[in-house]
Design a protein around this ligand. Structure first.
Ligand code: HEM
Length: 156
């Protein structure tokens, strides 16, 4: 997630410069990175143990559902301009990048602190950090529920 967040911020450099100009926006920047791109892949799997229905669609026992957290995090009923990176929006932390319900991520507080400390360290020591490669040339390593970069090269 550190690489994904860094790539997301550097691919549109004004995003990286946002916390440089206003360190108070650091939590919002991290939440937006999590909201827009916490997980790679398709979604988190759920194994259906009894016949049920999801949004009017029958789902039989024994099926596997992939819950697409990306779609939930871009629900315009929750985030009015969902594709826009907006660290100032008040509810940016109300995403489901860490899942929801009984299996919600137990490491989310640690993960948030790690991301904030990492980003603060980058911008303090490497304010000129840039991506070496064009964003479209970055190679992703995809999985069903997780994904990231093979590697990420920066210059400064
Ligand atoms: C940015 C980093 C992270 C992201 C995006 C993330 C995301 C998630 C998601 C979406 C789930 C729910 C999976 C599901 O419902 O099937 C989950 C569960 C979990 N996460 Fe994380 N996680 C992160 C970091 C961490 C860290 C740092 C730890 C531990 C130190 C951790 C430990 C766990 C554990 C143990 C569960 C399973 C909880 C359960 O099933 O009851 N995660 N995480």
């Amino acid at each position: 997630m550190i690489l994904k967040m860094t790539a997301m911020l550097l691919s549109q450099r004004e995003r990286y410069e946002t916390p440089l100009a206003d360190p108070g926006l650091m939590p919002g920047v991290v939440e937006e990175a999590l909201r827009l791109d916490a997980l790679g892949g398709v979604g988190i799997p759920r194994f259906i143990t009894e016949d049920t229905e999801v949004s009017g669609v029958p789902v039989g026992a024994g099926s596997t559902l992939l819950v697409n957290l990306h779609a939930a995090n871009r629900d315009e009923r929750k985030f009015p301009d969902p594709d826009r990176f907006d660290p100032r929006q008040e509810n940016s932390a109300q995403h489901v990048g860490f899942g929801a319900g009984p299996h919600v991520c137990v490491g989310q507080t640690l993960a948030r602190v790690e991301l904030q400390v990492c980003l603060a360290t980058f911008i303090r020591h490497l304010p000129e950090l840039r991506l070496r490669d064009a964003p479209e040339d970055l190679r992703m390593r995809e999985g069903i529920s997780a994904g990231g970069f093979e590697n990420l090269w920066g210059t400064w």
